[in-house]
Ligand binder design. Structure first.
Ligand code: NAD
Length: 492
């Protein structure tokens, strides 16, 4: 693929690419070079409304919502196969648009394939139940799709998070409208075309690129929007909840994090160091569940940090498409400046920059949005870099003496997305896991998830969950039906 993509991208509505109604377009940049990458249409309120109208009609008129679900199972499996066949091209496009190393994009696309397969397998197993009740009566429940569901995605895992949200809604028989992040819409637009090729009926999967405040709000506020699933920052999440409140529509919020990694003195420090590096430097730290706070027992702090430094110094920064690169640029210059701002503030506040702390000096990295892997020690627990999500490759280190202190430090945050524990002691592992205020915990593992396991946060990290067996049910309504089987007065 050449540095720039010649064919412009349109919106995807009603089974075809269409220009924005007012013809608006934007040029997206390659974050490794800040040179133009591709041109895409940018929709407005009219396009949002048009997509909802098309989706609503497709929901009513196509066979997607009805039947036994086998049409949806087949189409989603076909979609998984098509994506698998084109995985290399999708991964390259993701890397060019978002910046992450190709190896990571390949992993993301593989996760999308597995998510589609998993949800395809559930599409024909959305069942009701019969419930014994008094008298000559028969009671049963049915699960009905919501209608049109709206999905709003962020830029850090562009296709993965869009599909994680849309696939269960599609499996349950809904028509979906996706608004991808304005910076990274390219793979979602290609994916919509693939869904069409896989036999998803026209109008069932629509993608409207556009500004969050304009297009996102228009989609959610419209009477045709049956639910909203939002993945993004907690501040915008609160706004989404406000917009959904007047019509009381189901709302799933997958929000930010400030996740702790607790290392006890009996941990395998070698493995822990590698996992900590993965948890904060993968995707250049642009992860909702980044392990951004290390909570380490005082006696092992120095050896652990030395090992972490060795791992970090082995990372190769560069454009994600280049062979051997293990850490890419941040998604935009704004994001890079924001991350560096946090580090400067910590430095001025008396924290010690143990590693990194700035932009790399290599001449070939000056044009892109690169930030060094950074580790900051001796941080005030009240500092902004400890309280707020940085969304960059910056780790804050706290030390503790006793386990209770570790738990107090770990839980001392308004977020509760993820936490990890490093110990060889089973009682410590399970005991601490129970007391952590987080929706997901790993023991002796980096951040880890599968399409089979629920993904969601406690506290200000979110409401509801995605993934797992129950995910399609979230996109259904349960109707209870009571049938009187007698002709006279029912017996008690
Ligand atoms: P963001 O909140 O700025 O934007 C997310 C999406 O919301 C974008 O598509 C944006 O255009 C749209 N949006 C913005 N304002 C809107 C509004 N008023 N109404 C409707 N839509 C609006 O987040 P971001 O910067 O794209 O992504 C980073 C954030 O996402 C981080 O906080 C990260 O933790 C979070 N995140 C959470 C998860 C999770 O699963 N919990 C996963 C990935 C990212």
């Amino acid at each position: 693929m050449s540095a720039a993509i010649d064919t412009p991208f349109g919106l995807f509505i009603g089974g075809q690419e269409v220009p924005a109604s007012d013809g608006q377009k934007v040029t997206l940049l390659n974050p490794a070079t800040n040179k133009p990458l591709a041109v895409t249409s940018v929709g407005g309120v009219d396009d949002a409304r048009h997509a909802l109208e098309v989706a609503e009609r497709a929901f009513r008129e196509s066979s997607w919502a009805g039947g036994d679900g086998s049409q949806r199972t087949k189409a989603l499996f076909r979609l998984a196969r098509l994506l698998e066949e084109q995985a290399a091209a999708f991964a390259e496009l993701e890397t060019l648009n978002m910046g992450k190393p190709l190896r990571e994009s390949k992993g993301d696309i593989d996760f999308v394939v597995r998510t589609l397969e998993y949800m395809a397998g559930l599409a024909d197993k959305i069942e009701g139940e019969t419930i014994p009740i008094p008298g000559a009566r028969f009671d049963y429940t049915v699960r009905e799709p919501l209608g049109v569901t709206v999905h709003i995605a962020p830029w850090n895992y562009p296709l993965l998070l869009a599909v994680r949200s849309m696939a269960p809604a599609l499996a349950a028989g809904n028509a979906v409208v996706l608004k991808p992040a304005s910076l990274t819409p390219l793979t979602a637009l290609r994916f919509a075309r693939l869904a069409h090729d896989a036999g998803v009926p026209d109008g069932i999967l629509n993608v409207v690129v556009g500004n969050g405040r304009e297009v996102g709000e228009a989609l959610i506020s419209d009477g045709r929007c049956g639910s909203v699933s939002f993945t993004g920052s907690s501040d915008v999440g609160r706004r989404i909840a406000e917009l959904a409140a007047p019509r009381l529509i189901p709302t799933i919020l997958e929000l930010g994090g400030k996740s702790p990694v607790i290392v006890f003195p009996d941990a395998d420090l070698e493995r822990a160091a590698r996992a900590i590096a993965t948890g904060i430097f993968q995707n250049s730290g642009q992860m909702c569940w980044a392990g951004s706070r290390l909570v380490v027992e005082a006696g092992v702090e120095a050896p652990l940090l030395e090992k972490l430094k060795a791992v970090a110094q082995g990372l190769k920064l560069g454009a994600g498409v280049e062979a051997g690169v293990t850490m890419g640029p941040l998604v935009s210059k704004d994001q890079m400046d924001r991350v560096l701002g946090f580090v400067s503030e910590a430095r001025e506040g008396g924290a010690r920059i143990f590693l990194g702390g700035g932009r790399p000096t290599a001449p070939e990295l000056q044009a892109g949005n690169f930030v060094e892997p950074t580790v900051v020690t001796d941080v005030d627990p009240e500092a902004r870099m400890v309280r707020e999500e940085i969304f960059g490759p910056v780790l804050a280190v706290h030390r503790f003496e006793a386990a209770e202190e570790a738990l107090r430090l770990a839980n001392r945050t308004r977020y509760g997305l993820f936490a990890s524990i490093w110990t060889r002691d089973l009682a410590t592992a399970h005991g601490v896991a129970r007391q952590l205020e987080a929706g997901m915990v790993t023991v002796n593992e980096p951040p880890m998830t599968f399409p089979q396991t629920p993904f969601g946060g406690y506290k200000e990290s979110g409401v509801g969950f995605e993934q797992g067996r129950d995910a399609p049910l979230v996109y259904t309504r349960r109707k209870n039906v009571i049938v009187n089987l007698g002709t006279g007065k029912p017996k008690k």
